[in-house]
Design a protein. Structure first.
Length: 742
């Protein structure tokens, strides 16, 4: 089915569902069928215009307002249609006579109810159709929307190591300071505008010299300091055992600072504190890092000169200002990204490329972004000159540090994206600044939201294509690439994040609460990202409570205000609780009412039991419980999750017998360590013919005869799965010796 778009709303998805309602599968009253057929025809005509408007960079106020109204109307209509499709679903043939009779009566009432709702929706569609004619919006149809082919050159993009161009001089200078013989703790503050490569330099230094230190950690501060989270991140990296104690007893910052200082007192440590924005933040953070006279080193990065100076309060500390690239290095980086393997620039493009580079002002982020945009376009002078004209005056560090010019370049890249990629990019605004984003989770959220359209049905591959294209455009930055060339974790540059948060607010695509000033909230919240406690959060909770029928995505990060009970969240597709210590069973007891839920992740909570209602989530595709160390077992109602594609659990969780064999849609299973009946589990595996990834370590401590039977059945099942889709298997050496190819 076609997807959901930031600018187009749920229009494409809605049309597919209206077509389904008109099929023989659903029996509708005659008048209702006629009205639905009208809606389907009218909306299909209007979809052409909405798609064109969504791809246009500049619209007049009236056209923009009409597009926004159609977007909101499509969401409301899909929410309504989804509820009725659930109510009009087919009954179970095994039900008793009385239950079937009651269901038929309820269905009759539901059919009549849909008639009233459909007439109301029809009136709204007619009104917008007439307004479209009054405003002469069809004039926009003469413009042809842009299309962008998927660029598969992901591997080549990484091989270019674009961030290391012209890094030799900064690297050698800062490394010399860090490796001096002085035993005093030394701080090196790297400062300069956004997009100059400060973080790239710091991380490359870490890669080169980390072996000289006993303890290492790298953390980001960002504009809104979450001190407790930052300290926990440091503790996790320097002493995992102490971190487990911290989680167990819920330490706060007053306990964390002295504990980190105690651990580091006798060790030579190397710490990177990235993206410091305030002098007062640095004064608080540095208390955790003692001057222990062991030759310890700290790198701090910041955009702000005064903050850099405050980091270097001791005589041995050093300031390093990150320079812009000179003309030669700018051209090297530019050509390397576009042509690869140091191929020269064609003579016909030299003049226009010089103009483009001049407007980039030596800023690596600007150069890579523009070069990534040109890499997807024909290599002719006319095309490049059009882009050069679009950049405007370019970057000016003398006036504003390059901020306005960089924003213009990022906007240029954004508007060059087809609308389905715009939508996927905007969705990244739900993540906190500097967050390492799990790429697999991101892609499955896109799928759950309906953003991915795959004509041949392979949504996972299409999501991978979308992701690769955004990486090739330099809108997403890979931070963890495997040997297979796949990106496991990514980040969004903070300048890109600022842009997409702003664009998302404009489209009422997502509402982000992150301790910054929140002047107002939309009347209907479609997607909410709660990233901290703050004054705006209670207002958001109230807004969510009053408009919960419309909320499609709820992402909660860390210590925030508790969310309202999950009653009547009928439109919710994505629910993600990340490190929410406050979350209790009470908060998710009504999860069965979230009838449209596709993605559920619960991480870093004290949850000890999942409600049996989870079996009602007939559309659930991802269930991620990897962060639920206190959860003991899964409810037997799991067998009802017939669309579940990903089951990711903590290794402490027991898997009940008979569950796995019923979930035939499973494509990925992770961290299966404990099962009630190992032999039955091994037998059930052979039925999961869609399984692509399996991580398990079920090696039962049982008598040798039973163990031999278990391993025999397991080998047979896995051999069978290898004939179908199984491509990744992770297990222990003991089991591996018995497996196919082991």
């Amino acid at each position: 089915m076609a997807g959901v778009g930031a600018g187009t709303g749920a229009l494409s998805s809605l049309l597919g569902k209206l077509t389904t309602l008109l099929s023989d599968e659903y029996t509708l009253l005659k008048g209702v069928r006629k009205d639905i057929a009208f809606l389907e025809r009218e909306l299909r005509r209007m979809q052409i215009l909405v798609n064109i408007l969504a791809d246009m960079e500049k619209l007049d106020k009236l056209a923009k307002d009409w597009k926004g109204t159609m977007r909101d109307l499509s969401y409301d209509m899909e929410d309504c249609i989804d509820r009725f499709m659930v109510r009009l679903g087919k009954g179970d043939a095994k039900r008793g006579f009385m239950k079937r009779t009651v269901r038929r009566l309820n269905t009759i009432f539901a059919r009549h109810g849909i008639g009233t709702q459909i007439k109301e929706l029809k009136a709204r569609v007619v009104e917008e159709s007439e307004r479209r004619q009054r405003l002469n919006l069809d004039n926009f149809v003469t413009s042809t929307p842009r299309t962008v082919e998927i660029d598969p050159r992901l591997a080549a993009f990484y091989e270019e190591a674009e961030g290391l161009v012209a890094m030799d001089v900064p690297m050698n200078k800062v490394m010399a300071w860090l490796m001096e013989d002085s035993l005093e703790r030394k701080v090196v503050a790297i400062f300069g505008g956004g997009g100059l490569g400060k973080t790239t330099l710091a991380m490359e230094l870490n890669r080169k010299i980390k072996g000289y230190f006993e303890c290492r950690a790298s953390v980001s501060v960002s504009r809104t300091l979450d001190l407790e989270k930052l300290l926990k991140d440091v503790l996790f990296q320097i002493d995992p055992d102490a971190f487990r104690e911290c989680k167990k007893y819920a330490w706060d910052k007053e306990q964390l600072i002295p504990e980190i200082a105690r651990i580091l007192t006798r060790k030579r440590y190397f710490i990177i504190i990235d993206d410091v924005w305030k002098e007062e933040d640095w004064k608080i953070i540095k208390a955790a890092f003692p001057n222990n006279c062991n030759g310890s080193r700290i790198i701090a990065t910041t955009r702000i000169t005064n903050v850099a100076r405050s980091c270097c309060s001791n005589s041995g500390d050093q300031l390093y200002q990150m320079p812009v690239l000179n003309d030669v290095d700018s051209r090297r980086l530019f050509l390397k990204r576009i042509f690869q393997h140091n191929n020269p620039c064609p003579p016909k493009l030299k003049t226009v490329s010089d103009k483009i580079l001049k407007k980039c002002g030596g800023l690596p982020l600007a150069i890579i972004t523009i070069a990534s945009l040109l890499a997807n376009k024909p290599h002719n002078a006319d095309e490049w000159e059009k882009l050069e004209d679009s950049i405007g005056n370019g970057l000016s560090y003398e006036n504003d540090g390059g901020g306005t010019g960089m924003n213009d370049i990022l906007l240029l890249s954004y508007w060059d994206l087809p609308h389905h990629l715009k939508t996927c990019l905007l969705y990244l605004c739900i993540y906190p600044e500097d967050q390492r984003i799990n790429c697999a989770d991101l892609k499955w959220k896109w799928i759950a939201e309906g953003f991915i359209a795959a004509p041949w049905g392979n949504l996972c591959q299409e999501a991978e294509n979308y992701f690769n294209e955004l990486v090739n455009r330099n809108m997403i930055q890979p931070v963890d690439v495997g040997r297979d060339g796949l990106v496991h974790y990514c980040q969004v540059h903070d300048m890109v994040l600022d842009l997409i948060i702003s664009l998302s607010e404009e489209e009422n695509f997502a509402t982000v609460l992150n301790r910054r000033v929140c002047n107002s909230l939309p009347s209907k919240i479609r997607r909410l990202s709660m990233q901290s406690t703050g004054k705006g959060n209670k207002g958001a909770i109230h807004a969510v409570t009053t408009s919960k029928l419309h909320v499609r995505s709820l992402n909660v990060f860390g210590e925030t205000e508790p969310v309202p009970p999950l009653v009547d969240f009928h439109s919710l597709r994505v629910l993600d609780f990340d490190s929410c210590n406050w979350l209790e069973k009470e908060h998710i007891k009504n999860i069965g009412s979230c009838s449209q839920l596709r993605y559920l992740r619960i991480s870093g909570t004290q949850i000890t039991e999942l409600p049996g209602e989870i079996g009602k989530l007939q559309f659930l595709e991802t269930l991620d419980l990897q962060g639920c160390g206190d959860l003991i077992t899964l409810p037997s109602t799991m067998v009802q999750l017939q669309k579940l594609a990903r089951l990711l659990i903590h290794h402490h969780i027991w898997l009940p017998a008979g569950v796995i064999g019923s979930l035939h849609a499973l494509e990925e299973i992770s961290h299966i360590y404990r099962v009630d009946n190992p032999v039955k589990f091994a037998e059930e595996l052979r039925h999961l013919t869609k399984l692509r990834k399996l991580s398990m370590n079920c090696y039962p401590d049982i008598c040798s005869d039973y163990l031999e039977r278990y391993l025999e059945v397991l080998q047979s099942s896995l051999s069978e799965l290898c004939k179908f889709n199984l491509r990744y298997l992770h297990t222990s050496e003991e089991i591996g010796d018995y497996l196919p190819g082991g």
